[in-house]
Write a protein that binds this ligand. Structure first.
Ligand SMILES: [Zn+2]
Length: 399
């Protein structure tokens, strides 16, 4: 995404994507998800996604625990030269040695940039998680060890799907999520190339990008959803866009350009949504002490807190307090996205506290996940869900 005044908002844009609502119907989609094909410049097949493993980016000074259930090779990223071939790696520490090179299990390689290539996909373990693809270990000039999982796009999406949407959601909702996640990731790769960080990494594995948990939630159902949507993405006027999504809009999604630094466009223009009404976040109430709010917002005065301006839907666009003003999304992130479920709220002054009464969960931009569940339960298919939440978008196979 382009640099913006709301970069800190953008950084946690996906907060609230983890929907937590219970069981749903499992319906089978027989018609294909996409309705045609498109060619994107520079994209012949599934790209490799470079995922910064946030718990190891940078890794703690003691290094990272690595294990590989089978054969593996260690190669120099620079020359491609084989540095070591092993048959199995028990819990070993990958660390920077005092002379400035990398070491694995006490074996020093005298290199600052390595790739660990397991012979069998999914046998790589970093910390307590298994990953598909390979691992790049990079020692920065500042002496920080950075770990990046390099994984083909479809395996990446398999690691995102169950982390961003409960896998007991109906099949059509999961297919829509897979397509949105793939679009978001393809857009982020493009952005990383523009920003000049693509040589090292494209995305984070947390809410700064999309939550990615390796093979942790890769079930048979998840794999079937990925296979059914392989290579399918959303385009607007033939171009990728930042396919935002969130848990529950509460009744209306909002135009993305009011909250994020993206151009105004039809698929992200916002729309009423009547399909998330029965969800867990239909109504909520949160009380926050004024002293706590002052601290979180970094101000001394939060008197006369009010929603000064609303977006076209139901979310706060501008919030005022103590003579200061915040964008709604910025306010929520500063106040604590874990405390304030959304910005679709009314506020009441109760002396020492403010009571926020609201609806929905998440930023309210793009696809409403609980709404997708509601639509899927009514028999709508993935393409219909995507065209509902991203009006005017094309659902096409891009590789
Ligand atoms: Zn909704």
């Amino acid at each position: 995404m382009p640099r913006s005044a709301f970069s800190f908002v953008k950084a946690t844009a996906q907060l609230g994507c983890l929907a937590v609502i219970g069981a749903a119907l499992y319906s089978c989609t027989t018609r294909p998800v996409e309705r045609g094909q498109a060619t994107l410049p520079g994209l012949q097949g599934p790209p490799v996604v470079k995922v910064a493993l946030s718990r190891h980016f940078p890794a703690p000074a003691a290094g990272a625990a690595i294990a590989i259930d089978g054969e593996y090779r260690v190669v120099s990223s620079k020359s491609g030269a084989l540095l070591h071939h092993g048959t199995k790696l028990g819990d070993a520490t990958l660390a920077a040695n005092p002379k400035g090179g990398l070491a694995l299990g006490g074996r020093e390689f005298g290199e600052r940039d390595l790739r660990i290539l397991p012979a069998f996909d999914g046998t790589l373990k970093v910390g307590d998680r298994y990953y598909r693809g390979t691992l790049r270990a990079f020692l920065s000039d500042e002496g920080k060890l950075l770990l990046v999982n390099e994984v083909p796009m479809e395996s990446y999406i398999a690691g995102v799907l169950g982390a961003e949407m409960p896998l007991d959601y109906p099949r059509a909702a999961l297919e829509a999520q897979a397509v949105a996640a793939r679009t978001y990731a393809l857009f982020e790769i493009r952005q990383a190339e523009i920003d000049g960080r693509a040589e090292l990494f494209h995305v984070y594995d947390d809410t700064r990008s999309q939550v990615y948990s390796g093979t942790l939630r890769e079930t048979e159902k998840a794999r079937a959803v990925i296979a059914a949507t392989r290579g399918v993405a959303l385009l607007s006027g033939g171009r990728l866009f930042c396919a935002y999504f969130h848990s529950t809009c509460g009744g209306s999604t909002e135009p993305a350009h009011l909250f994020f630094d993206v151009p105004q466009m039809s698929p992200l223009s916002g729309r009423p949504c009547e399909y998330c009404q029965g969800g867990k976040w239909r109504r909520w109430e949160v009380s926050i002490a004024k002293t706590d709010l002052c601290q979180r917002l970094g101000v001394k005065d939060v008197s006369k807190l009010k929603v000064a301006e609303k977006a076209p839907g139901i979310h706060a666009l501008r919030i005022e307090a103590g003579g200061r003003s915040w964008n709604g999304l910025e306010f929520r992130l500063l106040a604590g996205a874990d405390r304030l479920p959304s910005t679709a709220f009314e506020v009441e002054d109760r002396g020492a506290n403010y009571v926020f009464r609201g609806t929905g969960y998440g930023h309210g931009v793009g696809m409403c996940q609980v709404g997708c569940k509601g639509m899927a339960e009514l028999g709508y298919e993935a393409t219909e869900l995507l065209k509902f939440y991203y009006p005017g978008a094309e659902v096409l196979r891009v590789y």
